[in-house]
Design a protein around this ligand. Structure first.
Ligand SMILES: Cc1ncc(COP(=O)(O)O)c(C=O)c1O
Length: 364
């Protein structure tokens, strides 16, 4: 079969291993597995599901959803305090990234990525025929603004920032974003704010002044709705009009739209859950810091990046897996001693810490 030549050397997104595979590979029972590798929320408010349940029989699944998503846009507008004409709902933040890339990248164009970061930026750009220019972060993981700005050339169409950044957990400073927006005024700057709710720092209001700023958000993290697949883009009215040309007409399901509307009206619940996670994050960070051979980095998201200062991180990762604790082993700038753990329920966090401590004492 004739396929795109690109696929011969393209590195696809590393899909997360499903529970059933972990069960088979490690000989565990499904209830022994604690997923702390996906940066999702352990909370799913039952009242939202009950509310969806009572409405679902009235939804007209034989029809397409309203292609303008007017009601959902209205709820996002109320939540973000941004005018409806500045919003596009998407099938998760991943589709938001695809919509942006499809609008801006032609074959041979370049996208600058402040790395390490969320790998789907690269995947989307490369699949569109673009080239990724990775600018390594500084030692403290701050964006290398000088490096980013000096890499801009005639082919540059996009700059990807992520705040808080996955997997490092730090935010981009306001001054850095302003500096990039000003100096790269004809290049689109994407700020992925998937983890915004865990820190409260946003650049959304800058979309009033900067046409080249595009914010990406999701309901997959703090709202606990990763399975519903709902995200959104916020940008200036003109930029949204341009991005609307590349979005699919019906990518959100009626059920997801309904569930998202219910959740967006109940921010009190989301906020309570965020407070619980943030409190746990600080507790876990403190306890991690007391463990031998571990350095835990500060985080403004719902996960913590930590470094195994001595020993093999891959072996440590495997030993945790054998006990049902699934975290992420991460390579940063070709160094393989990093791990990322998602903050979960207190009892799960405690189990992770207890097992980790035991393994560390055994010498990994
Ligand atoms: C920075 C970042 N952006 C986007 C996503 C994907 O979000 P969604 O589930 O809305 O597609 C993730 C998921 O881990 C992420 O970490």
């Amino acid at each position: 079969m004739r396929v795109r030549e690109l696929l011969n050397y393209f590195k696809p997104y590393g899909f997360e291993t499903p529970d059933w595979m972990i069960v088979e590979e490690y000989g565990l029972r499904p209830d022994q597995i604690i997923r702390m590798d996906l940066n999702t929320s352990p909370y799913l408010p039952q009242k939202w599901l009950n509310s969806l349940g009572s409405r679902i029989s009235k939804l007209r699944f034989n029809r397409y959803p309203d292609t303008t998503y007017r009601e959902l846009v209205g709820e996002i507008s109320r939540y973000t305090n941004v005018k409806p004409e500045k919003i596009i709902p998407t099938n998760g933040a991943d589709e938001a990234i695809d919509v942006i890339v499809k609008a801006l990248i032609d074959c041979g164009n370049e996208a600058i990525i402040s790395s390490p970061t969320y790998d789907y930026f690269r995947v989307s750009v490369e699949l569109q025929g673009g080239r990724v220019v990775s600018i390594p972060r500084k030692k403290n993981f701050a964006d290398n603004v000088e490096g980013i700005l000096s890499s801009i050339n005639d082919k540059t169409r996009l700059i990807f920032l992520c705040s808080p950044n996955n997997p490092t957990g730090n935010t981009t400073s306001y001054d850095d974003v302003l500096n990039i927006l000003d100096k790269a005024s004809d290049v689109a700057v994407v700020v992925d704010e998937a983890y915004y709710e865990y820190c409260g720092e946003t650049f959304i209001e800058l979309t009033e002044t900067y046409d080249n700023l595009i914010i990406v958000r999701t309901l997959s993290k703090a709202f606990g709705l990763a399975g519903a697949r709902v995200g959104y883009i916020v940008a200036s009215k003109g930029t949204i009009k341009m991005l609307n040309k590349t979005r699919p007409p019906n990518s959100l399901s009626l059920a997801s739209i309904e569930l998202a509307k219910i959740a967006l009206r109940d921010y009190e619940t989301v906020s309570r859950n965020v407070r619980k996670i943030v409190k746990e994050r600080e507790r876990v960070k403190e306890l991690l810091s007391t463990l031998p051979r571990i350095y835990a980095y500060p985080s403004k998201a719902n996960f913590i990046l930590f470094e195994l200062l001595e020993g093999d991180a891959k072996t440590l990762h495997k030993k945790l897996m054998e006990k049902g604790i699934v975290i992420r082993h991460i390579e940063l700038n070709w160094v393989q001693r990093y791990l990322r753990v998602t903050i979960s329920l207190p009892e799960h966090n405690d189990r992770f810490l207890k097992i980790l401590e035991k393994i560390l004492k055994e010498k990994t």
